[in-house]
Ligand binder design. Structure first.
Ligand code: PLP
Length: 304
């Protein structure tokens, strides 16, 4: 199976944390899994528009990326993409007044030209009740030079814009990554991160700690740590909920709250995200709770 990589990724593909995310491995041939694990088809309200939660929608504006993650939950779109209609999407948004946020996703939105992106952003900004725009992208990790001065200047015209940067391993944080992130931040565009928990790639305390702390050092807030969705061939990447929560618990005691993302995963068939915290309640007797603290000690707390 061929894997296409751009020059930037070829330059860092020797790093283990990069290679295992983009290069095919035989384990993927165990093809159990779902073609549409998040049930996005049934929540599609216009070509490329997914409306599942009341106040926000997702626009899948392209199916192209700068590199294709082996564990992609929209990998079915690589081959069969229904396309995106800006006109249909804007018509739907104009009449759907409870939507206040638009999340531009894909594929990678930055795969489109700045001209095309500006056209989409202009159309969204013409809708009065949309206040926030979020762009979900892997560009900082997969082709950071795509974010240049012109891109930053263009984005600035449409603020407030948030970038949700997909990043899974500290090996992705190169000088180029930092430079492009700095450019966005200096342009007044805040960045949050989203990470997929991946078996044998980042499912250990040391890697996650380094990743989340390095992001905060740059000025990026870790937002979500996602469980890997059950798309076809993703079995080799999945980590159990028990393991995920145990990692979250270990991290909580050791790193700043700023560095902690929320652990979240999607229920099958489009029933939405579930967020989980490690359980801290050991027992409860009326209004007296016994909690496990960050050091593992059992402490009583009298509630009101
Ligand atoms: C994840 C997701 C969102 C965004 O959810 P947040 O919790 O606001 O980050 C919106 N729509 C869909 C369909 C999603 O899957």
């Amino acid at each position: 199976m061929s894997v296409k990589l751009n020059n930037y990724l070829c330059g860092i593909i020797h790093k283990k944390g990069i290679k295992s995310q983009f290069c095919f491995s035989k384990g993927e041939l165990f093809l159990n899994g779902n073609k549409d694990p998040l049930g996005e088809k049934k929540h599609s309200k216009a070509k490329g528009l997914i409306h599942r939660y009341t106040d926000r929608v997702v626009l899948t504006v392209t199916n192209k990326c700068f590199a294709y993650c082996r564990f992609c939950f929209r990998k079915n779109n690589w081959q069969s993409f229904e396309g995106f209609s800006l006109e249909e999407s804007v018509n739907y948004l104009k009449k759907t007044k409870n939507v206040r946020e638009v999340l531009i996703s894909g594929g990678d939105p930055f795969f489109l030209s700045n001209k095309k992106l500006a056209e989409i952003l202009t159309a969204i900004r013409s809708i009065k009740h949309i206040s926030t725009i979020r762009i979900g992208s892997r560009v900082l990790s997969s082709l950071p030079i795509r974010i240049d001065n012109q891109t930053a200047e263009m984005l600035k015209l449409f603020k407030p814009i948030w970038i949700a940067a997909h990043i899974n391993h500290p090996d992705e944080i190169t000088d180029e990554f930092k430079k492009s992130a700095r450019l966005l931040l200096d342009s007044g565009i805040p960045i949050v991160s989203q990470t997929v928990l991946l078996k044998n790639i980042n499912d250990n305390e040391t890697t996650l700690k380094k990743l989340f702390c390095s992001l905060v050092d740059i000025g990026i807030k870790p937002y979500y740590l996602f469980g890997c969705d059950q798309a076809v061939g993703n079995g080799i990447f999945r980590v159990s909920i028990d393991k995920a929560l145990s990692l979250m618990e270990k991290l909580r005691g050791k790193i700043s709250g700023l560095c902690m993302p929320t652990f979240s995963f999607d229920l099958p068939s489009g029933y939405g995200k579930v967020t989980l915290e490690p359980n801290r309640i050991i027992k409860r007797n009326g209004n007296i709770f016994t909690f496990k603290n960050f050091e593992g000690k059992e402490i009583n707390y009298t509630d009101v």
